[in-house]
Design a binder for this molecule. Structure first.
Ligand code: NI
Length: 141
């Protein structure tokens, strides 16, 4: 673990009270870990908005009875080439399939691919989560 620095923060009592309630409801055991996570999140959003490579996890739920839908999604993944690291398919029930597609690349390109997949008729739910290894947060790379 990296060397720790101690800092003091001044906050309005009311704000601190609300923060303590929030972190307790999320299961944090102390403020330090909650602050660290908030800082990491802010730094990560900077990385994501930059041109640096990130990892995207796209979750899709779609009706596989619609003609050509599965093939269309597969074709788009082949078209994205090496950006797609892995894809997992789960048959949810008689109608619906869940697919999780893990991609690596620039956030703009990952968002474009995700938006195109989400816009296809028959894709009923979906969400893209962008993240990275955290290495870029530590060293500023
Ligand atoms: Ni399926």
């Amino acid at each position: 673990m990296a060397e720790l620095s101690r800092i003091g923060i001044s906050l309005e009592e009311d704000l601190l009270g609300r923060f303590d309630q929030l972190i307790a409801s999320r299961g944090y055991e102390n403020r330090s870990e909650a602050f660290r996570d908030l800082i990491r999140e802010s730094l990560l959003s900077e990385v994501i908005d930059s041109n640096k490579p990130v990892v995207g996890t796209l979750t899709l739920v779609y009706d596989h009875h619609l003609p050509n839908l599965s093939q269309k999604l597969t074709e788009m993944q082949h078209h994205a080439g090496t950006m797609v690291l892995a894809a997992t398919h789960v048959h949810l029930d008689h109608h619906y399939c869940l697919e999780v597609i893990i991609m690596k690349g620039r956030s703009k390109e990952i968002r474009e691919i995700a938006d195109r997949m989400l816009a296809i008729r028959g894709v009923e739910l979906g969400k893209l989560v962008l993240t990275n290894s955290g290495a870029a947060l530590k060293s500023g790379r």
